[in-house]
Design a protein around this ligand. Structure first.
Ligand SMILES: Cc1cc2nc3c(=O)[nH]c(=O)nc-3n(C[C@H](O)[C@H](O)[C@H](O)COP(=O)(O)OP(=O)(O)OC[C@H]3O[C@@H](n4cnc5c(N)ncnc54)[C@H](O)[C@@H]3O)c2cc1C
Length: 533
C-alpha cells in the first residue's frame, strides 16, 4: 500500500493501528459521517494465520459497512462440528441456524481478507476515512480537550491533533505502553502449534477436534477449512517441548502428515505458515482513559478457543462507533463513552470466563483437569447427556447486564422476549412483498420496533421524518397493517405479541428499552437518551 505523505493537522478521530478492528472502526465512523485518520505501521494487510472464524454477529457488524457480501462470497460457512476421543466420535454439535437467517452462524476466512474488505468499505467514503500506511504512532499527549499524536512517517516526523484517539494497535499496543497502562489477568502454560497447509479436500466445512488421537498421542488437534484450499491445523505440544524446536518444519511436518494419514486426507499438500500460540486472559480495567479509548487486542487478549478474539474486537468497534459519532456531533455528553468502556469491559470478562473454560478443556492446565476431561470424553461415548459439557461453545454477543443505557423495563409482561441490554434478535419481516431482515436496519440510527398501532406513535414518526436523510436516521418499524408483516412469526416470538409494545433498539443492535405504548417510549427516549435533540 502506498505511504501517505501529507497528513492533516487536525482530525476528529485518530485510530492508532489499521488491523481488522481499526479499519472496521474507520469504516463504521465514516458511515456515521465522522472523519478519521488511521495510522498503520505496516505497509499491507496482516500475513499468516490469525483469526479465521467470523461469527454471525461479526458478519452483521461488517454488514453495516457493506463488507458482509465479499465475506460471504469468499468465506466458507459452517454450522457445527465433531469431536473425537482417540478413534471415536464423541460429539456432533450444531449451532442454532435456520434458512431464514441472514447469516451463517460462522464463516471461515483468513484475517487478511477481513482487513481487505473493511479497507475497501472505508475507501467508499473517500477522504472521510484516510489510512496512512507505513506510519507509526510514537507518542500520545492528552491535552484535556484534544490529543496530540506524534507520528513517524516515511517522510519524517509529524504531529496530528485529534479530538479522540482510539488505540487499535494490537496486543503489544504502543499507546497502552505510552499511557503506562497494564493488562490484568493470567496466561496459560499450554502451547499450540498453528500450521496452515494447502491441500485439496472434499470434506464438509466443520470444526473438527481430536483429543488424544492415535496420530499424535497425548495431544489435542483442531482443524478448520479455510478458503483457497487451506487447512488450519492447531495442535498442542507437550509441556517439556522447546518452543523453537516445536515450530521447525522437520518437527511439524511429520506430525501433520501422521494426522492427515489418520483421517484419510491423501491429496498432496504443502505448509504455508507455522507459528506458536498460548492462551491469554488479559484486559485493561477501563477502555477509556481521558480522550484515549482502547478497542480490540489493544484493550484485551482472550483465548482463541471459542473464537472470541477478533469477534470481540469487532463488537468493540460496533459499540464505540455510534457513541463517538453522537459525542462528536454534540448530541450526547462525553459520558456516553464511559458506557462503551463499562459494556465492553463487562463483555471481555464474560468472554474470558467462556474462553478459559474452552482452553482448560482443549489444553488441561494440570493432571487433575486432564483426568476429569478424559473421564468426561470417555463417558460421552456412551452417554449423550454429557454433550453439554464437551460442546465447544463458540463466540456469541454478550448481554450488557447492568448497563447505564438500559432503560427501566416498561413492558416486563412480555415474558421471554428480548429485554433491555440484550442483543436484538433477528426477525425476517416483509414489506411490500419483499423480505427485510430486522438486523439489516441496524448500524446507523436508533430503531423503534412497534407492535401495531399505539397511542403516541405520532411522536416517534415525527422523529423519523425529522431525521430522514441524516447520517443516523431514526427508523420506525411498525408491525401490522400498512407496515411490516411478520410472516414467520419471528418478531412475535422474539419481541412478544402484546399489541402496542415498543422496543427501542440502539444503533449497534442492542435493546435499550421496551415500553407498553409509544407515548411512554417517546418520553423515555427524550428524557434518558436525548440523542436526537
Ligand atoms: C495465532 C492466532 C490465531 C487466532 N485465531 C483467532 C480466531 O480464530 N478467531 C478470532 O476471533 N480471533 C483469533 N485470533 C485473534 C485475532 O487475530 C486478534 O484478536 C485480532 O487480530 C485483533 O485485531 P486488532 O485489530 O485489535 O489487532 P491487530 O490485528 O494486532 O492489529 C493491530 C495493528 O496495529 C498496528 N500497529 C501496532 N503498533 C502500531 C503503532 N505504534 N503505530 C501504528 N500501527 C501500529 C499493527 O501493525 C497491526 O496492523 C487469533 C490470533 C492469533 C495470534
Amino acid at each position: 500500500m502506498q505511504a501517505f505523505t501529507t497528513l492533516p493537522e487536525r482530525v476528529p478521530v485518530l485510530i492508532a493501528g489499521g488491523g481488522p478492528v481499526g479499519l472496521t472502526l474507520a469504516a463504521l465512523l465514516a458511515e456515521q459521517g465522522i472523519a478519521s485518520l488511521t495510522i498503520e505501521a505496516d505497509d499491507a494487510y496482516c500475513v499468516g494465520s490469525r483469526a479465521i472464524c467470523m461469527s454471525r454477529r461479526s458478519q452483521e457488524i461488517l454488514g453495516w459497512v457493506g463488507a458482509d457480501k465479499p465475506l460471504a462470497e469468499k468465506g466458507l460457512s459452517w454450522t457445527g462440528g465433531r469431536s473425537y476421543f482417540r478413534h471415536e466420535e464423541v460429539l456432533h454439535f450444531e449451532m442454532p441456524s435456520d434458512p431464514l437467517q441472514r447469516y451463517a452462524p460462522m464463516v471461515n476466512i483468513q484475517q487478511f481478507y477481513v482487513e481487505q474488505y473493511a479497507h475497501r468499505a472505508l475507501q467508499r467514503h473517500g477522504d472521510l476515512a484516510q489510512v496512512a500506511w507505513s506510519s507509526r504512532v510514537g507518542d500520545v499527549r492528552d491535552l484535556g480537550d484534544a490529543v496530540d499524536v506524534a507520528i513517524e512517517t516515511a517522510s519524517g516526523p509529524r504531529t496530528v491533533r485529534a479530538d479522540w484517539v482510539v488505540a487499535c494497535d494490537g496486543g503489544r499496543s504502543t499507546v497502552r505502553e505510552l499511557l503506562k497502562l497494564h493488562f490484568h489477568g493470567m496466561q496459560y502454560e499450554g502451547r499450540y502449534v498453528i500450521v496452515d497447509i494447502e491441500q485439496d479436500t472434499q470434506r464438509p466445512v466443520e470444526r473438527l477436534a481430536w483429543f488424544d488421537p492415535p496420530s499424535n498421542p497425548g495431544s489435542t488437534i483442531l482443524m478448520h477449512r479455510q478458503p483457497d484450499n487451506v487447512w488450519r491445523i492447531d495442535y498442542q505440544i507437550a509441556d517439556d517441548e522447546d518452543a523453537d524446536e516445536a515450530i521447525k518444519p522437520e518437527n511439524v511436518l511429520p506430525r501433520v502428515q501422521s494426522h492427515l494419514d489418520m483421517i484419510g486426507e491423501t491429496a498432496p499438500w504443502k505448509p504455508l505458515w507455522i507459528s506458536i500460540y498460548n492462551a491469554k486472559c488479559l484486559t485493561l480495567d477501563s477502555y477509556r482513559h481521558g480522550r484515549v479509548l482502547f478497542a480490540g487486542d489493544a484493550g484485551h487478549l482472550v483465548p482463541i478457543f471459542g473464537v472470541r478474539g477478533l469477534n470481540s474486537g469487532l463488537d468493540d468497534a460496533g459499540n464505540l462507533a455510534w457513541k463517538l459519532a453522537w459525542v462528536l456531533r454534540g448530541a450526547a455528553p462525553e459520558s456516553l463513552l464511559d458506557t462503551y468502556s463499562q459494556e465492553r469491559v463487562h463483555a471481555t470478562r464474560q468472554n474470558i470466563e467462556y474462553g478459559a473454560k474452552s482452553t482448560e478443556f482443549m489444553a488441561p492446565p494440570d493432571y487433575g483437569f486432564r483426568l476429569l476431561r478424559d473421564a468426561t470424553l470417555r463417558l460421552a461415548r456412551v452417554d449423550a447427556s454429557v454433550n453439554e459439557l464437551i460442546n465447544p461453545r463458540q463466540s456469541s454477543p454478550i448481554t450488557y447486564a447492568g448497563s447505564q443505557l438500559n432503560q427501566p423495563d416498561g413492558a416486563p409482561s412480555t415474558g421471554n422476549a428480548a429485554a433491555p441490554g440484550q442483543p436484538a434478535p433477528e426477525a425476517l419481516l416483509e414489506r411490500d412483498g419483499k423480505p427485510v431482515h430486522l438486523t439489516s436496519l441496524f448500524g446507523r440510527g436508533f430503531v423503534a420496533l412497534v407492535n401495531g398501532t399505539t397511542s403516541g406513535l405520532a411522536a416517534l414518526q415525527a422523529l423519523q421524518d425529522k431525521t430522514r436523510g441524516a447520517a443516523s436516521p431514526f427508523e420506525v418499524v411498525t408491525l401490522g397493517q400498512g407496515g411490516y408483516a411478520d410472516p414467520h412469526g419471528q418478531a412475535r416470538k422474539h419481541y412478544g405479541a402484546q399489541p402496542g409494545t415498543v422496543y427501542l433498539i440502539r444503533p449497534d443492535g442492542y435493546v435499550m428499552g421496551r415500553w407498553a405504548d409509544a407515548g411512554a417510549a417517546a418520553s423515555a427516549l427524550a428524557a434518558a437518551a436525548p440523542f436526537y435533540a
